[in-house]
Design a binder for this molecule. Structure first.
Ligand SMILES: [Fe+2]
Length: 271
């Protein structure tokens, strides 16, 4: 083994050790465990330097096909972690039976193409790629982008229903729609009978619009009994909860009152 390869191996092992100390694990560390789910807090001040070190050390291609660092929540149904895409990087198109959501944390201007629609991502945006929707990522901005990935991997694997297909026609899907198409096509003015190409529709919830709604509710003093100002991301097709397997994503406004969360019977992740 060459000196540079040994150096890289040592750096990777050192990084893996640091991530383990933070209760985190890289996608490239294949390991199966069945930890019990316990309440846990991850602090951004700890996570962010580790993610940036990950960006420096882990190479797309030789080390992994996606730079994802998972949170070790202990959940057997939902996997959750951070994905980092550096300027100039891209993730090739594919689709799978997992449903995924992406919640943008940092960066801006990169985009995820989903069933031909470029969804330009900014902090606070939520993207949903339902099962069997084509998707790929590209970062043509000049800064890294970091988002939270959540997938129903554990549940789908348990059902032995995990399938995947790679796009066979290059590194990017053709852009067949314009940014914002999903919000226009599946809004209140829609086809009498919706026609779409996969079991669910990819959707892009813009933070700028959601924040305005939160602020309006706060200004009008419309309060939830438990959660101050509260919104729930609904499925745009049938207004049920956002995704059948990940359940739903809520928004809580930053109020001054104490929030009383009823004891849940489902795992929650707060950001
Ligand atoms: Fe994917």
């Amino acid at each position: 083994m060459s000196k540079s390869a040994i150096d890289h191996r040592d750096r990777l092992e050192e990084l893996n050790g640091k991530l383990a100390n933070l209760g985190m694990r890289g996608y490239w560390q294949l390991r199966h465990d069945a930890d019990r789910m316990e309440p846990k807090l991850w602090r951004w001040a700890d996570i962010y330097p580790a993610l940036m070190e990950t960006a420096n050390v882990v190479r797309i291609g030789p080390d992994t096909f996606r730079r994802n660092v998972g949170l070790q929540t202990g959940s057997r149904t939902i996997s959750m972690g951070f994905q980092i895409v550096l300027p100039g990087e891209a993730a090739p198109p594919h689709r799978h039976t997992n449903t995924a959501l992406r919640f943008v944390i940092k960066g801006g201007g990169a985009y995820t193409t989903s069933n031909g629609e470029p969804m330009i991502m900014y902090p606070g945006d939520l993207l949903i790629q339902p099962n069997w929707a084509w998707h790929d990522h590209a970062n043509h901005s000049n800064e890294p982008i970091i988002w939270i990935d959540a997938l129903d991997s554990g549940l789908v694997n348990f059902l032995n229903a995990s399938f995947r297909e790679e796009w066979s026609e290059g590194m990017n899907q053709p852009l067949t729609k314009k940014d914002g198409a999903s919000r226009r096509l599946y809004g209140p003015a829609r086809q009498p009978v919706l026609q779409y190409e996969s079991p669910g529709v990819p959707y892009h919830y813009k933070w700028s619009e959601t924040l305005e709604a939160l602020q309006e509710l706060a200004e009008q003093c419309v309060r939830d009994p438990h959660d101050d100002v509260l919104l729930e991301y609904k499925n745009p097709i049938n207004t049920s909860r956002g995704m059948s397997t990940i359940v739903s994503v809520f928004l809580r406004g930053a109020g001054t009152s104490t929030v009383t969360v009823p004891r849940p019977n489902l795992p929650f992740c707060f950001h």
